[in-house]
Write a protein that binds this ligand. Sequence first.
Ligand SMILES: NC(=O)c1ccc[n+]([C@@H]2O[C@H](COP(=O)([O-])OP(=O)(O)OC[C@H]3O[C@@H](n4cnc5c(N)ncnc54)[C@H](OP(=O)(O)O)[C@@H]3O)[C@@H](O)[C@H]2O)c1
Length: 216
Amino acid sequence: MFGETEYDPVRQFSSVPIEEQLDALGRAVDAGKIRYIGLSNETPYGVMKFLHFAENNVRYPKIISVQNSYSLLCRTFDSGMAECCHHERIYLLGYSPLAMGILSGKYFASDGAPSDARLNLFKGRYSEGESRYSLTRNTLKLATMEYLGIAEKYGIHPVSLAIAFVLNHPLVASTVFGVTKSWQLEEVISACNVALTSEIIADINKVHAKFPNPCP
Ligand SMILES: NC(=O)c1ccc[n+]([C@@H]2O[C@H](COP(=O)([O-])OP(=O)(O)OC[C@H]3O[C@@H](n4cnc5c(N)ncnc54)[C@H](OP(=O)(O)O)[C@@H]3O)[C@@H](O)[C@H]2O)c1
């Protein structure tokens, strides 16, 4: 159900059986081609199935990570996935921590972001980006503006707030971010040293309660 946010029992999804995947991955680990395995865009059901098969066959490797979206605008991991990962000692490699650049605030600035910014450059040609991160979605804009307000209130760069929020999560091992300019890389790297106080987290959680997961 890649790309779907709701499960539809009427639709049948076919994929390579999990045991077959684990068998192939186990052979790649044994051959020294890879060290560890993880899943991506996974659900609690998928995580538990992979673990179940690995527990019952010593030749199958145990997953150690999941790569799901995680940002101020997408905290869907925090429900069933977080519970599974906590109890099974699996860590999140949260991708798109800046919500594709939206959390920098540039798309809601008076100039609407540079023409070479991703959601402008590929406008109308980027279905994943535009469905999940539709700039015309009201809740996305309202939530982003409130997060920018929190950054301003505490004198933190918006990129720092977004990255520090993700890294602050106890189940996050790392975050998978993107940059197109070296100055962006510098902003993201310096964000890694920013610590969020409990006061800032409380303000963030208030916005999340008002606008939960505008980009699920
Ligand atoms: N498993 C999956 O299904 C999946 C899905 C999505 C992504 N991923 C992985 O996650 C990686 C990162 O995803 P992402 O690119 O969406 O992450 P992101 O970190 O949320 O967005 C990165 C984009 O934001 C803009 N940006 C970065 N720093 C900025 C700054 N300081 N100020 C303003 N804009 C800034 C840049 O684009 P512009 O310069 O063009 O604005 C950059 O390419 C991908 O490369 C991929 O490996 C995995």
